[in-house]
Design a protein around this ligand. Structure first.
Ligand SMILES: *Cc1c(COP(=O)(O)O)cnc(C)c1O
Length: 435
């Protein structure tokens, strides 16, 4: 059933999936899109508007994955569409500098004072990979500390006990990553500052950086415990290691200035992505001037990109970040209210249906874990009944609600989600939780 009460026909999506499987492993260009963790067949999207996706068979869905984060203003938001179109008429790419790059940088720096200098790349993966190279160069050390269930893109050294698709598919690491490289990454439990303290003691003077998701999204949503982030800041400062705050998901999401603003974190390096590109491929890494000036052409750390700072991507980023800046006082309270209503509304339905569920939420990102909880780290997230989640996901999709297709991915609300969408979602959940 969709919201019109019909069982959706997905014959065109099915044919498209079969065709795609001839060309792409699993039929996809990013693994979680294949719906392996939830079963069922992924609808092919034809278009989207506001909070709604329309598939190739004309079925409509309320969207709670928002292109995995970027679409905080909803789909085809007119100022973003117009900005991209205007930029495209002047050519899609030059490979030379444009004023738009500094225009976006100025806006980003206004939201993230930690980014004294920055560089634009084309993905979150590039941003974190480059931040780590920089941290190693700055410290002359090799080891990187990350946390179990955190995902920082798919660079070799960061795929150790990673979240997102790696957790979804139950892969401990990735084949093809030499153990010499994986061995330079220490994966520790999240929300446990004493584990970090112990790692510093065990690897004296060898840890270049600690990288984390300040609110985890890629193991499902996990909230930092009170004092945890401040503890990491104090430890890294004491030990001469850099604190890399990976805000690719949380940036412009949990506040205009991301988790750095929300929790008052002073990062050495920050990585951004997703929202900062307004749906086009943009990543950012930046931080203290003394670190960033180590980059070529000023310094010895090499990093480059043919399409970095691409004019279309900059235009979409300026339109998106600009809108958020100019409307922050209404946007963030509205997102908070909508998210509270829908996340708590669905959780209340689970309680009524006698389904064990733990809700974790920060602002407009959250996860319904199918476990009595609590969920404070990856090991606890992994106690979720993923089969039960899969059943819920399929039943919701049938009723016109598209949730992220994994227990270990955060759901998002946009400014285009309104009372009607919240009500329809809670009604769908009432039935889906009994399915
Ligand atoms: C999505 C994500 C990345 C990777 O970004 P891509 O653009 O997919 O390469 C890195 N870190 C975090 C926290 C993310 O959520």
């Amino acid at each position: 059933m969709n919201t019109l009460g019909d069982t959706p026909n997905r014959s065109r999506s099915k044919a498209m999936q079969e065709r795609a499987e001839r060309y792409f492993p699993g039929g996809v260009n990013s693994p979680v899109r294949a719906f392996r963790a939830v079963g069922g067949e992924p609808p092919f999207v034809e278009r989207a508007d506001g909070a709604w996706l329309t598939d190739a068979d004309g079925n409509r869905y309320i969207d709670y994955f928002g292109s995995w984060g970027p679409m905080i203003l909803g789909h085809a938001f007119p100022p973003v569409v117009e900005a991209i179109a205007r930029a495209a008429r002047n050519s899609a790419s030059f490979g030379a500098s444009t004023a738009a790059e500094a225009d976006l940088a100025e806006r980003v720096a206004a939201c993230y004072p930690a980014l004294e200098k920055m560089r634009f790349v084309s993905s979150g993966t590039e941003a974190t990979m480059s931040a780590i190279r920089l941290a190693r160069a700055a410290t002359g050390r090799k080891i990187v500390v990350k946390f179990e269930g955190c995902y920082h893109g798919h660079a070799d050294g960061l795929l150790v006990k990673a979240g997102s698709g790696v957790a979804t598919l139950g892969i401990p690491g990735s084949a093809g990553v030499p153990e010499e490289i994986a061995g330079l990454t220490l994966a520790l439990p999240y929300n446990d500052a004493s584990a970090v303290e112990a790692a510093f003691a065990a690897h004296l003077g060898a840890i270049a950086a600690v990288i984390l998701e300040p609110v985890v999204g890629n193991a499902g949503c996990i909230v930092p415990a009170s004092g945890y982030l401040a503890g990491l800041r104090a430890l890294t400062t004491r030990e001469g290691a850099l604190l890399i705050v990976d805000e690719v998901m949380t940036g412009f999401r949990v506040a205009l200035g991301g988790a750095c603003e929300r929790y008052g974190i002073e990062a050495d390096l920050v990585t951004l992505g997703k929202i900062v590109g307004g749906g086009l491929p943009v990543g950012v890494f930046g931080g203290k001037r003394r670190f960033m000036d180590l980059l070529a052409p000023l310094g010895p750390v090499y990093q480059a990109g043919t399409l970095s700072g691409n004019p279309l991507a900059m235009a979409a980023g300026i339109a998106t970040v600009g809108y958020l800046q100019e409307h922050a006082e209404t946007v963030y309270p509205q997102l908070e209210a909508t998210a509270k209503a829908v996340f708590e509304g669905v959780a209340a339905e689970a309680a009524k249906a006698g389904v064990a569920m733990t809700l974790n939420r920060v602002g407009s990102m959250g996860t319904w874990f199918f476990t009595p909880g609590p969920v404070r780290n990856y090991a606890e997230a992994a106690t979720s009944d993923t089969e039960r989640f899969g059943r819920f996901h399929r039943a919701m999709l049938e009723r016109g609600v598209w949730l992220p297709p994994s227990q270990f991915e955060a759901a998002f609300v946009s400014t285009a989600h309104g009372g009607a969408e919240v009500k329809a979602t809670i009604e769908a959940a009432r039935e889906a939780l009994r399915a």
